[in-house]
Design a binder for this molecule. Sequence first.
Ligand code: UD1
Length: 369
Amino acid sequence: MPRPLKILNVVGARPNLVKMAPLLRAMKRHKEIETFLVHTGQHYDERLSDVFFRQLEMQLPDANLGVGSGSHAEQTAEIMKRVEPLLLRYRPDLVVVVGDVNSTIAVSLTAAKLGIRIAHVEAGLRSFDRSMPEEINRMLTDALADYMFVTEECAIENLLREGRPRERIYFVGNVMIDALHQSLPLSQSSKIGDELGLVNGGGWQRFAMLTLHRPSNVDSVETLHGLLEGIVAVAEEIPVIFPVHPRTKEKLDSSKVAAHPRLQLIPPLGYLEFLSLMSHATMVLTDSGGIQEETTALGVPCLTLRNNTERPVTISHGTNQLVGTDPAKIMRAAQDVLENGRKPGRLPPLWDGKAAERIVETILTITEM
Ligand code: UD1
């Protein structure tokens, strides 16, 4: 029997887990592949990590680097130092990285210097805003990747503009939507709606979901307070459920939050609970990247509290609109959804739940060459 293809897969932060789960599942269907899963430990809280392994029915990591939090340089450097001996020991044929977090670039850079081939899943997305740490991570990871798997067509243009070879770019769809397809039915038996008092008489009442964690929105207390002013105005109309990311919690704890009885702050949710709420929400207000995509797939109106997006297909095809951070604009956009419902949306090409299988089949073909 020929030697198996050794693939080392990398996760670090919460959204990586959602993207990696379908990929691992697809890899395990092919007996010619041997998988190894590394968790860098960038996210380590039960609520940001362990619960996702359980709910996504993922294999536990073969290695956890336990890097934890730190400045960008500290975190990136620590991951590189800790992953290098592992790469030397395991000697994978391919490293698969997903998304745009510090773990993505740190492992890519280490692998590239060791001459190990790299596949980047979710390549080519660009916000054209270099003040976002993720934009730096995306550009550098794509500069190093041997194979680039893209979720939307504009990513192909972005990569070509940066001089990446066309024959290394594969338009495959979106693994985050694969995970959503798999988990949405399970999420519907979650009791989170009842627990939060959003279900009465058997039906869901109108409510909004809010998530905020982008450094540009939450690291300055003034900006965060400005945003929350807009949100409180939305809470005048409908309940707003706000699962608070640890980065945001730190800031809220050290300042006075604009309280409103219908703005409900709760700890971060598991994937199934979050899906359950998102799929029943009247609208979602967010600065996350992945949630812009998930709301597009679910047909739920999404107001993105940023001035740019690296995922333009969620606007051209989906239910997303860029609203920015001005409280008056947030309120106007929310009012418009409440009065007129959602803007019509359609599913972007290839967001059909089969992206992971396409990626794995492509990997098997290209690594034969
Ligand atoms: C990271 C990613 C971001 C992604 C987000 C998803 C980078 C540069 N950023 O942002 O792209 O959208 O994950 O959640 O990689 N903390 C905890 N528990 C944890 C992890 C972190 O309390 O398990 C706290 C720490 O105080 C830490 C802060 O959250 O300093 C930020 O964590 P970090 O991993 O640096 O970035 P995120 O903001 O989570």
